[in-house]
Design a protein around this ligand. Structure first.
Ligand SMILES: [Zn+2]
Length: 661
């Protein structure tokens, strides 16, 4: 019946059975084996000795290890027969002809259930036709399946991986593809997500959030074991499902004709969306606003990444108030006193001391430390005092703002119009780009990245429009001094100068501080007074009321040093002198040594002689330094471009505080 060569009367056969992972079940493998056994019996009249090669590949990838296994078996010379249900079970590609040729050369007869047999004279032609047909069919099937996807998605299917924060519980016995109606929010993780969003809004970085999640031992997304990484936070907050929207069809896969692999690329078609209210963790408008805020905040990183050098800007963690405090002389930001100005590797003492960043770079002569905790204490005291002074009569303020409201509403309407026009303009630009991309036959990478860039602009514009629209100036809110003090106390108790979140809260109230160097009359040491710009309008509404701003903005002097004893005793000494006491008697009465009292007297004399209300005078020139000023050696001053060094002019500045006790 057969002329297939065999030894000892037993034929050794290779059986190839394959299922594709997506749409075939395990039983199908067994069914295929039965078919192969029948085909073999019909062909050689007996049951051969089987070596099975089974695969669960997707069938489109040409580099399947099973193919190599087949080649190895064929090359071993121990087999005389290769059986498959169909040629496309071996390989859905024209490459199958190469394999058939190798089989024939090795003396292996190939037979299939649909009548293919390498012993037939036209096997080459038949093989080519079958391979071509099956490739065609596969494309058709793939197109057919893809055509069904949109419908399936709109019905809740095409779910893919279950996102972090959600649980998939299908009812018992339900089979088939996953559906989003069986998806629900994980009650343990939903509040965590809401807190993540709050933290990001309040200024926390992805890294801050990742650290916080790690500390709370929250499970990481996907199958990894952690730890939390900033990119995981970035990715999960961007998922539209958090706002109750599923999006489908952002990318499509294209078959690479050389390797047979499918490569994802962004589509030009608009993606499909499906509202899934039961999966919403935050309102869509809040989600939009969050994404726009993050885009704005990270724009500099994107720019840096896009630069050809690929270098990213060095990020340096800062300690409050270094990020808001500039030197009045050189215009540099203050930084912590570690050797590099970075807090990594800085000792606890160095962390508490801030110095002018210009001095560190030898471009400024202001060599004085700011004691950060002392400054912070003074700041909160100053904030509470400002609240008491400025918000002592909230009713009066409310009435004043009420009169301004009509004007505000007019300009608000104008701003909304402008924002709408901007959105329209951006969207038109985007549409034109997409059109251009569709017409281009060549590479569209450059266009695609421009489309993506304009997309984030559109989102950002829409978010600011939304912010505007949802904040019409209709309500007047002016809290009382007590309410603001309570909020400030709360902020103070949870304040950590190294935590981006609490720092961001405080920065809204104190956007800027400037450090002015002073000296005692005739003295050499520098004493830095920090002028804090306090803005209590963040507690009030409407936010852009000019009347309100004028009332609740205040510049407050904060001494960033321990008050020198002679200064603290000025009032006591002045009083003692008025009563005709001798310096010795005063020193006994005040419990201070005679040298201190003599210095106080000297300061009082000088103040009277110069007609000054304070013993502190502006220090604007390093040359005034004398005696043991050890920084005198370096009087260099190279101010930051655009900064005019302070000339010691005190007009426009509030009077210095009285530091006597
Ligand atoms: Zn400086």
């Amino acid at each position: 019946v057969t002329d297939t060569p065999h030894s000892n009367g037993i034929v050794h056969a290779i059986g190839v059975v394959r299922i594709s992972t997506d749409n075939q079940r395990e039983e199908s493998l067994e069914a295929q084996k039965v078919v192969c056994q029948r085909v073999a019996r019909q062909a050689i009249g007996a049951q051969p000795e089987w070596t099975w090669v089974s695969s669960r590949g997707s069938g489109e990838h040409l580099d399947r290890p099973e193919l190599e296994e087949i080649e190895r078996l064929v090359g071993s010379g121990r087999h005389q027969l290769l059986v498959a249900e169909n040629l496309d079970r071996i390989m859905r590609d024209a490459g199958v002809i190469q394999l058939l040729k190798r089989c024939v050369a090795a003396g292996v007869r190939v037979i299939t259930n649909n009548g293919f047999d390498t012993q037939s004279p036209q096997w080459r032609l038949l093989g080519s036709i079958q391979a071509a047909v099956s490739e065609e069919e596969q494309e058709k099937t793939s197109t057919r399946i893809k055509r069904q996807w949109p419908q399936e998605f709109m019905n809740g299917g095409c779910l893919g991986t279950i996102p972090w924060g959600y649980l998939y519980d299908p009812p018992d016995g339900s089979a088939g593809s996953k559906n989003d109606m069986h998806l629900r929010k994980d009650p343990r993780l939903e509040p965590v997500f809401i807190e993540i969003v709050d933290r990001l809004f309040q200024g926390a970085s992805y890294a801050d959030v990742a650290r916080w999640l790690e500390q709370r031992q929250i499970s990481v997304p996907g199958k990894t074991n952690g730890p939390w990484e900033p990119h995981m936070v970035a990715r999960l907050v961007r998922e539209p499902i958090r706002a109750g929207i599923r999006v489908f069809g952002r990318t499509e896969t294209v078959k690479d004709l050389m390797t047979g692999k499918r490569i994802p690329r962004p589509t030009k078609k608009p993606p499909l969306t499906r509202e899934v209210d039961h999966l919403r963790m935050i309102p869509p408008e809040r989600h939009e606003a969050l994404l726009a805020m993050l885009d704005d905040r990270n724009a500099h990183l994107r720019l840096a990444r896009n630069r050809a050098s690929g270098r990213r800007p060095r990020s340096r963690k800062r300690i409050y108030p270094s990020q808001v405090t500039t030197c009045a002389i050189c215009g540099s930001l203050y930084s912590c006193a570690g050797s590099s100005g970075s807090i990594q590797g800085a000792s606890p003492l160095e962390r508490r001391r801030l110095t002018c960043g210009g001095k560190r770079q030898k471009r400024c002569w202001v060599a004085a430390f700011l004691h950060a905790p002392k400054l912070l204490d003074a700041l909160f005291r100053g904030l509470v005092a400002t609240a008491e002074e400025r918000l002592g009569d909230p009713a009066r303020l409310r009435a004043m703002v009420g009169e301004e409201l009509a004007d505000l509403q007019g300009s608000w309407r104008g701003a909304v119009e402008a924002a709408r026009a901007e959105c329209g303009r951006l969207e038109q630009g985007q549409a034109r780009l997409i059109e251009a991309a569709e017409k281009t036959n060549g590479p569209v990478d450059a266009l695609a990245s421009r489309i993506a860039a304009i997309d984030s602009e559109v989102r950002s514009a829409k978010a600011s429009l939304l912010r505007l629209e949802s904040n019409p100036p209709t309500t007047v809110e002016v809290p009382s001094a007590d309410e603001v003090s309570r909020m400030l106390t709360e902020l103070r108790s949870g304040f950590d100068p190294e935590d981006g979140l609490t720092v961001a809260k405080l920065r809204r109230v104190v956007p800027r501080m400037t450090a002015y160097p002073f000296r005692l009359i005739g003295g050499t040491s520098l004493f830095v007074f920090v002028l804090a710009e306090v803005d209590l309008s963040v507690f009030c509404r409407p936010a852009d009321s000019a009347v309100l701003r004028a009332e609740v903005l205040k510049n407050v002097w904060l001494p960033a040093f321990e008050t020198p004893r002679p200064v603290a005793l000025l009032n006591g000494v002045r009083e003692g002198l008025a009563r005709g006491l001798s310096p010795t008697a005063i020193s006994v009465e005040l419990g201070a040594n005679l040298g201190t009292i003599r210095e106080s007297i000297r300061l009082l004399d000088e103040m009277e002689r110069l007609g000054l209300p304070s013993p502190f005078v502006p220090a604007t020139d390093p040359a005034e330094l004398s005696g043991n000023g050890r920084y005198r050696r370096d009087p260099t001053l190279v101010p930051v471009p655009g900064h005019t060094p302070w000339t010691g002019d005190l007009s426009g500045l509030p009077p210095l505080p009285d530091l006597t006790v």
